[in-house]
Design a protein. Structure first.
Length: 264
C-alpha cells in the first residue's frame, strides 16, 4: 500500500549531456512537455554540477526541482574537485543524490555516505540515498548488502530528518543494462528496506519515508513497477535523457497515483 505523499520522479542525467547548450535544450524540451498542474507527483532533474545554476533560470514554470548528483560533507576548504551542500543550496537545488553506486564503485564509503547525508540535511536539502547490491546470489546474501548500506546511512538520523530522506533502491546489475528488476523483486526489496528502516527508526517513521526504484526504468515498465512494485517513485538514468520518455513516465505516475487516491 502506498502512503499519501506524492510520488517522486527524479531524472539523474549522470555525466550527460556534453555541453551547457545541449543541457539547456534537453531541459527546455522537458519543461515544454511537462504538465503544469501535477497533483500527485514531484519531479526533479539532477544535471551535472556546472549546469545547475544555468538551468535554474530556465525553469520558468517551476514544474521541476533541481538536484545535485552528490555533495562532500566538509563545509569549505582545501578539497579540490568537491562541492559542498551549501554551494548546492545556493544555486536553489532542493535535492541531492547521495551514495550512487557509480560513486561507491570509485571508493565512496558507507561512512562518508552517512556524513554527506548529514551535511545535506543540515542545509535543508532532501537526500536521495542510493542502496543496492552488485549482483544477486541464490543464497540471498544481497539482502545483507542492502541492509548494511542502509543501516550505515540512517543510523544517525533524527525524527525530523526522516521526512527529508528518500531511499533509492538501485540494484547495480539493473543500471544501464536494460535488465530491470521484476516488479515482484522490487516489491520484495521495498518491504525488506521498510523492515530495516523500522528496526532502526521505528515503524511510524519508516513507513513515512519514500522508497523509490532505479535501474533501467522506462515508459514500458514504469506502470508495473508502481502497481506491483509499489515503489514511491523512480530514479531514472538513460530514459531521463529523452525528454518525451521522461515526461511520459511522469504522466504514468500521475495517472497511477490519482487512481489509487480515488480508491481510498
Ligand atoms: P538507468 O535508468 O540508466 O538504468 O540508470 C539508473 C540510475 O543509476 C539512476 O540513478
Amino acid at each position: 500500500m502506498h502512503q499519501h505523499f506524492p510520488l517522486l520522479i527524479v531524472g539523474n542525467w549522470k555525466m550527460n549531456p556534453a555541453t551547457v547548450t545541449q543541457a539547456r535544450k534537453l531541459f527546455q524540451a522537458i519543461v515544454e512537455r511537462m504538465p503544469l498542474h501535477l497533483q500527485r507527483v514531484l519531479t526533479v532533474i539532477a544535471p551535472p554540477f556546472p549546469f545547475l545554476a544555468d538551468l535554474r533560470s530556465l525553469n520558468t514554470k517551476d514544474t521541476l526541482s533541481l538536484a545535485a548528483q552528490g555533495v562532500y560533507f566538509e563545509a569549505l576548504g582545501a578539497h579540490t574537485g568537491e562541492v559542498s551542500a551549501t554551494m548546492v543550496k545556493s544555486v536553489s537545488a532542493k535535492y541531492v543524490i547521495i551514495g550512487h553506486s557509480e560513486q561507491r564503485a570509485k571508493g565512496l564509503s558507507d561512512e562518508e555516505v552517512a556524513k554527506d547525508i548529514q551535511a545535506a540535511l543540515a542545509q535543508g536539502l532532501t537526500a536521495i540515498v542510493c542502496v543496492g547490491e552488485l549482483m544477486r546470489d541464490a543464497g540471498g546474501n544481497y539482502f545483507g548488502v542492502v541492509e548494511g548500506q542502509l543501516r550505515a546511512a540512517v543510523a544517525g538520523l533524527t525524527a525530523k530528518d526522516t521526512a527529508r530522506v528518500v531511499i533509492a533502491y538501485e540494484p547495480v546489475w539493473a543500471i544501464g543494462t536494460g535488465n530491470t528488476a521484476t516488479a515482484a523483486e522490487v516489491h520484495e526489496m521495498k518491504l525488506f528496506i521498510q523492515k530495516v528502516l523500522a528496526d532502526v527508526l521505528g515503524r511510524e517513521r519508516a513507513t513515512a519515508m519514500r522508497i523509490v526504484y532505479g535501474g533501467s526504468t522506462n515508459k514500458k515498465n514504469a506502470k508495473e513497477l508502481l502497481e506491483v512494485g509499489l515503489v514511491d517513485g523512480f530514479l531514472i538514468g538513460g530514459a531521463s535523457l529523452r525528454a518525451a520518455e521522461f515526461v511520459t513516465i511522469v504522466r504514468i505516475a500521475e495517472t497511477y497515483a490519482k487512481g489509487i487516491a480515488k480508491t481510498r
